[in-house]
Design a protein around this ligand. Sequence first.
Ligand code: ACM
Length: 264
Amino acid sequence: MKISLVQFAPQLGQLQQNLNQIKDLIQTSDGQLFVLPELANSGYNFKNREEALGAAEKIENSIFLTELVKIAKDKNCLIVSGFCEREGGQLFNSAVLLGSNGVIGCYRKLHLFLNEKDIFTPGNLGLPVFDSKIGKIGMLVCFDWMFPEGWRKLALQGAQLIAHPSNLVLPYCQSVMPSYSLVNRCYIATANRIGSERDLTFTGQSVLTNPMGEVLLKGDTDKSQVLSAEIDLSLSDNKYITAKNDAFADRRSDVYGDLNPEND
Ligand code: ACM
């Protein structure tokens, strides 16, 4: 199957402009799965909570998600997008997986970065893995990268690909992805944004890594672009590193605990 990472600069509070950019970029690829950056509907660096509330939408009646579902229908594809989500009085920094029939699943960022702590509520939906027509997909958002437990838990639940909408500002994340892919034996698709907002500059370099820890795609630091590659998600089901070492079966959870909910 073909996966496409969409790298661009969402504009703060400009939902329609962001949708237009996304539509133009997605039209250039025949990918079966598109991954967009974190907070792709709203931009990132809000002055305060009020500004973020003004840019957020509810999943049920979101103009942004309705338009993405239309694109998914037209192109017969799946899309993962970062999404500034409002539910009641709470704001979540979410990632949404959707297809031609609508929203398939939602993940809410667990680990909030810097000023996000003054704006968003930490995720309360756990770490779900969703079955889709292309395979099993988990999601993490940007700064979640710092916490290896999330990647591990999704992989232990069978995620073949972890989609990772991002607005990265620190320089380290892209270099860690090959290792997370390798030790968890799954694909990771980090779609990062570019550009600057107020005092933050985002680092681009969207990256796709495979279960062997190889970098299949790497974006530029400052260009809007769609990066595409053919991948085989069944490779993620093979956890053997040698004939006698299954990276998951060999775990010593008796010593360091078990993140696999099936064994709780
Ligand atoms: C980040 O979590 N957006 C750095």
